[in-house]
Design a protein. Structure first.
Lengths: 333, 333
DNA sequence: CTGTTAGCGCGTTCAG
DNA sequence: CTGAACGCGCTAACAG
């Protein structure tokens, strides 16, 4: 696509050195006399030389690319992870090559295959659910794999995230300790969102240990959103007006729940407590800061990249990195 | 990085054909007898062959990559554009190679250079501000360039977006026609956000034509956010309690303003009207839907890709595509 | 419809 | 500290 861009050869001729010397200067590799380096650099400058990565990649059978698979871009959480990935990549010369799976394992498989075609240094994926074919392709390649967000299962190489089951459990314990007893759960479609389900299970376990159960439960049959949260809480309250706390599948849903309470004139916390998950900015900027669990999305992306780049080799031992979470007391519960 | 993955040659041997035939089957190019195709495909399947894109790219001096430069991932607007880009790319076999500039032109220049090194089919950028070096690199390459979001200046090849100046102007006219006269403006740092400034200028023009001026103006010295909107409106109201409408630099800021009114007990619309820009979901899910201007972020990304892929050549004529905007009456103004 | 020939631009040897 | 030769895996251009 570039029209006779200058090549290594052109630079080498102009600088009066061999191609490999130019190559070494460009990659900062091997010993180079200062004088030669200067000469080469000025030739590069003069010609506006830009190395051809495809050629480099072919010759070295490797690349400065990092494959990144995200389930969705609609949920703010994933752009935040991407931001963390990008921040760690920025100083390294690696570029993210991204794909979006729409929570579909077959789509994921296709994307993994096209990413692998670029011989990336590593691949970052979300979650532990993959097709057998995906696993096989990954195993046959030498690329390191990080699986993000979740650490409640066995990773391929590296897992970076938090235990959603424990987060749900701790949220439950926290709310019980604050005196809440009549629990309602407001969720979204969790066939796609395995982690929301893990949190739900953790919550139920905590309730069971305290001799409690969910008194109400309402799930929206689509992705999470503020509007879904608002309407789903409305539906639940219509059926079960006596609950004293609503636990939401995440902050988006909970913020919608807050808006519902505002409209319906329900006193938040006194009459109905609200609890979310994620610790999004929007929840914390509400007139009453949302009670929630803060996950560290940015950090997850950042650490994943750092671990992946730590060694050039596929790690011999599986590694699980817990980025933790934090109960945010807030004002709504 | 792949450990002796099978190559075209391996497939060709197994299928008993020449390499080029396999290549043609893989790329769906040129006439192939059905029998041959079947044979080749089953060989590919059997070996788990994955084409090496670097080699393909080198041989054809082109790639199925599309460079995407975004100023930021923190502002929800850009992930939405990326979503549009991705949706249009999904069916084409192209992959987005992304870079984030942090609103810095020198950073942008560096990223353009590394993107160009992959010989992408096209590059998508944001806005019209680039360094001279960036412009030169782009001009020397044969890649098509789309500049998104804005159409208030002269594009390199294609511009896709809306006139922010007109949007600001129309917002002003709209509010004047609703009877508002005492205008306040709540903004964020616009050195980075040229478009927010264009909207501001449009607004001021509309006011001037009606013989009005801004009675108050408060700008937060950082990026836009809900919290910034809340606090900046608070600061403005402390100084100028008599304004009857606050125009915000965008919806994030306006939602924060709404929260401020809630806390301060200010009757929204009766005492103080609020007006945003973007038409984000969060604004529309407020107890009172936010009055704002809807921009079509998803569409901007999608159309950019479609136009870029329309022809394989650099367009001879510059093209400006207006994706328009829409005043959303809402309930806050 | 299929095959042959000849590189694409670079990095990896291995020598000096 | 520098260089020569070779090949990475694929595709363009031309045959047949």
């Amino acid at each position: 696509m570039l029209q006779d861009m200058p090549t290594l050869t052109d630079v080498a001729k102009l600088a009066g050195v061999s191609e490999i010397t130019v190559s070494r200067v460009v990659r900062n590799k091997g010993p180079i006399a200062d004088a030669t380096r200067t000469r080469v650099l000025s030739a590069i400058e003069k010609l506006g030389y830009v190395p051809n990565r495809a050629a480099g990649s072919l010759a070295s059978s490797g690349s400065q690319l990092m494959g990144v698979l995200l389930p969705s871009l609609s949920n703010i959480v994933f752009p935040e992870v991407l931001r963390g990935i990008h921040s760690a990549l920025a100083s390294t010369g690696y570029q993210p090559l991204i794909g979006v799976t729409d929570y579909d394992l077959k789509t994921e498989q296709g994307i993994v295959s096209s990413l692998l075609a670029w011989q990336p240094a590593a691949i970052i994926m979300t979650g532990f659910d993959h097709t057998d074919a995906t696993r096989r392709m990954l195993a046959n390649s030498r690329v390191r794999v990080a699986e993000l967000m979740d650490i409640d299962a066995d990773p391929i190489d590296i897992a970076v995230g938090l235990s959603h089951r424990r987060a749900g459990f701790d949220a439950g314990r926290h709310l019980i300790s604050r005196g809440y007893r009549r629990f309602g759960y407001v969720g979204h479609d969790w066939d796609a969102d395995r982690r929301a389900r893990l949190r739900y299970e953790g919550l139920c376990t905590a309730l069971a240990e305290a001799g409690l159960t969910l008194e109400a439960e309402q799930r929206f049959a689509g992705p999470s959103s503020t509007i879904a949260g608002r309407d789903t809480l409305a539906a639940m309250m219509a059926k079960n007006p006596t609950i004293d706390v609503a636990v939401f599948s995440n902050d988006d849903m909970a913020v919608g729940g807050f808006f519902y309470c505002l409209t319906a004139g329900i006193a938040v916390k006194e009459k109905l407590a609200l609890f979310g998950f994620n610790g999004l900015d929007i929840g914390q900027s509400l007139p009453m800061p949302l009670s929630t669990v803060r996950s560290n999305r940015f950090l997850i992306g950042k650490i994943a990249v750092e671990k992946l780049l730590e060694s050039g080799e596929r790690p011999t031992e599986k590694q699980i990195i817990d980025t933790g979470y934090e109960i945010v007391a807030g004002a709504t519960a």
